[in-house]
Write a protein that binds this ligand. Structure first.
Ligand SMILES: N[C@@H](CCC(=O)N[C@@H](CS)C(=O)NCC(=O)O)C(=O)O
Length: 234
């Protein structure tokens, strides 16, 4: 059994969608980012970087994997799917997976920060990260104009990039005019495994004492992280 520590964010969905696509049984432990559970000592023992997602493989001596890309590759290797079948197709999957890890994730993440959460409006930073995210989307669009999927077949690369592209509006980045990207985005959105993985973790129950995270979950979490940031050692 795999245990997944996650929150409703793109990096978390990358792991839950991969688990769903590979039909690997798993249990979810939701992590409340707004409560900074990801910075607690017990969690830092799993991921010294204090971020979600993490998996623990209870069928492999409780082996721990952090970093969403590494989690995806670990799971795909375990199941023998979604990774490419020979050296070249595998390399294509890795290239477009790394493109997301090193490009879209960090740039769109910073677009979110400066567009949505920053206490001060810094137009230069908003423009910089939104424009760079859009530029990266255009790179995806060109690739998808020549190929149905990012690599040879549907793979980890599609799941990773889709998880971010699917919430483009939150970063204030539009996909207008990117017809190949939109065709690909819609096709992936229709996959039942993607829909199941995108719904993980289920929203926490709200009580009066603990209103929980809802529509403003990401903003609440970002505010908590910003306020506590200086006290956190990771
Ligand atoms: N490179 C890491 C990034 C993980 C990451 O940034 N996770 C975010 C959610 S998408 C998080 O845990 N944020 C909470 C924090 O910064 O404390 C990965 O791909 O796993």
């Amino acid at each position: 059994m795999i245990e997944l520590y996650t929150s409703p964010t793109p990096n978390g969905w990358k792991a839950s969608i991969t688990l769903e696509e590979l039909e690997i049984p798993y249990e979810v432990t939701p992590i409340r980012l707004d409560k900074l559970e990801q910075k607690e000592a017990w969690y830092l023992k799993l991921n010294p970087n204090g971020r979600i997602p993490v998996i623990v493989d209870h069928d492999a001596d409780d082996f721990v994997v952090f970093e969403s890309g590494a989690i995806m590759v670990y799971l795909a290797e375990k199941a023998g799917r979604l990774l490419g079948t020979d050296a070249k197709s595998r390399s294509l999957v890795m290239q477009w997976l790394m493109f997301q890890m090193g490009g879209i994730g960090p740039m769109q993440g910073q677009a979110n920060v400066f567009f949505r959460y920053a206490p001060e409006k810094i137009q230069y930073a908003i423009d910089r990260y939104q424009n760079e995210t859009r530029r990266l989307y255009e790179v995806l669009d060109r690739r998808l104009g020549e190929s149905e999927w990012l690599a040879d077949d549907y793979s980890l690369a599609d799941i990773a990039n889709w998880s971010w592209v699917s919430i483009h509006s939150w970063a204030g980045v539009e996909t207008d005019g990117l017809q190949h990207l939109n065709r690909w985005k819609d096709a992936i959105s229709e996959r039942p495994a993607v829909q199941r993985g995108r719904a993980v973790p289920a929203a926490p129950e709200r009580t009066e004492a603990d209103p929980g995270t809802g529509e403003n979950a990401a903003a609440d979490a970002a505010k908590a992280i910003a306020e506590q940031g200086s006290k956190i050692l990771v």
